[in-house]
Design a protein around this ligand. Structure first.
Ligand SMILES: CC(=O)SCCNC(=O)CCNC(=O)[C@H](O)C(C)(C)COP(=O)(O)OP(=O)(O)OC[C@H]1O[C@@H](n2cnc3c(N)ncnc32)[C@H](O)[C@@H]1OP(=O)(O)O
Ligand SMILES: O=C([O-])CC(=O)C(=O)O
Length: 370
């Protein structure tokens, strides 16, 4: 048995949720470019879960359902209030989402209908958790979600308590669409491996959150923002990137396991980054990003992935850097749950083999003879 390192190119299962074929990303067969241009995040979530876009009345009912399920239990708010100071934002999210299961009477209920209801609650409550966490750590009281607001508007509203601008809501909504699903990425795969044991949906999404946290995956958007902060100005880009490349360091936000010719989501975020940084008078952020792209693509042939320009988009929206990966999770919760429901529908335990390379024919040696 020989192993394929990192399972590169291995087709692990069939799925009808999301495809990447010849560098084109589709959700349920619809090009993500069309969705980013025309859809709302709620329509995309419906599409991922139901396999087709909602009709008007279905969408209205769906939006209502999400709005009505966005509240989180007061016990959870008190628990987040008591989290130790300075904990990692993704550790906080992982624990908080895991705790949701403790207050959900249906947590262990495995019917298709119950898993759908839990997917609604998870997708509606995750933004509320992230906003509550951000306010509580600042010594502020959480702001209750408004039932009539979209997921994007509600989240921005719950962070500040102020009505977000239409531009901010639109940009954030598009970012949520672009991050919603991505075939068998690492976090989705861990969710599927987890639930393939027929454990509950909460266990699946908690595995996924832990996986998304890493800097080679979702954690890269925070790492990009930290790099932009460290670089500080356009004229420092070349020496900074030069040194990083010479030291064989990875430049965060570049490269991809599947896309070798560029991530189709990056062009959207690049455009949004240009527009928003101009509006916010933070054009240097965009200029630095473009300069980094030119250098990394020019020297290494590596193209920006979804995490690269999302960093300057989120900075322009005034979001705290360590919320960037939790924001990714807010969106990806829809994809994780779509995949989990698909896995339950046609389940088989996921259990590959290892190519053993350790010692053989070893024997137990009594402790005083070792
Ligand atoms: C939402 C997402 O998860 S998108 C990805 C987010 N992650 C990042 O942006 C982190 C930076 N990028 C990377 O680490 C990688 O490109 C990954 C993890 C995305 C893909 O990894 P893999 O498919 O395993 O590629 P791998 O890490 O083997 O890279 C292949 C070669 O390109 C180089 N390389 C890949 N990405 C980068 C990078 N960002 N900067 C510098 N060099 C890189 C590697 O060093 C390696 O070079 P070598 O062959 O000389 O050793
Ligand atoms: O697919 C991947 O490997 C990572 C990625 O881009 C995503 O999860 O959006």
């Amino acid at each position: 048995m020989t192993a394929t390192k990192g399972l590169e190119g291995v087709v692990a299962a069939q799925s009808a949720v999301c495809s990447i074929i010849d560098g084109v990303l589709c959700y349920r067969g619809i090009n993500v470019d069309e969705l980013a241009e025309n859809a709302t995040f709620e329509e995309v979530v419906y599409l991922l879960w139901h396999g087709a876009l909602p009709k008007r009345d279905q969408l209205e009912a769906f939006q209502k359902e999400l709005g009505a399920n966005a509240q989180i239990p007061q016990e959870l708010i008190e628990s987040i209030r008591n989290f130790p100071e300075g904990v990692h934002s993704m550790a906080a999210l992982r624990t908080a989402v895991s705790s949701l299961a403790l207050y959900d009477k249906e947590a262990q209920e495995m019917s298709k209908e119950a898993n759908y209801r839990k997917s609604i609650r998870l997708t509606a409550q995750t933004p509320t958790i992230v906003a509550a966490y951000d306010r509580l750590r600042k010594g502020l009281e959480p702001i209750a979600p408004r039932e009539e607001y979209s997921v994007a508007k509600n989240f921005l509203y719950m962070l500040s308590g102020e009505e977000p601008s239409d531009t901010a809501v639109k940009a954030f909504d598009t970012a949520l669409i672009l991050h919603a699903d991505h075939e068998f990425n690492a976090s989705t795969f861990s969710a599927r491996v987890t639930v393939a044991t027929l454990t509950d949906i909460y266990s699946g999404v908690v595995s996924a959150i832990g996986t998304l946290k890493g800097p080679l995956h979702g954690g890269a958007n925070e790492a990009v923002a930290t790099m932009l902060e460290k670089i500080g100005s356009v004229n420092r880009v070349v020496p900074y990137i030069r040194q990083a490349l010479d030291n064989k360091e990875k430049i965060m936000g570049f490269g991809h396991r599947v896309y070798k010719d560029g991530d189709p989501r990056a062009k959207w975020l690049r455009r949004m980054s240009k527009e928003l940084t101009e509006q916010q008078g933070k054009t240097e952020l965009y200029e630095m990003s473009v300069e980094i792209e030119e250098m990394v693509t020019g020297e290494k042939g590596l193209k920006p992935n979804v995490d690269f320009y999302s960093a300057s988009v989120y900075v322009s929206l005034g979001l705290a850097i360590d919320l960037f990966t939790p924001i990714f999770a807010i969106s990806r919760m829809s994809g994780w749950t779509a995949h989990i429901m698909e896995q339950y529908e046609n389940n088989r335990l996921i259990r590959p083999r290892a190519d053993y390379i350790g010692p053989v024919n070893q024997h137990f040696i009594p402790i005083d003879q070792r």
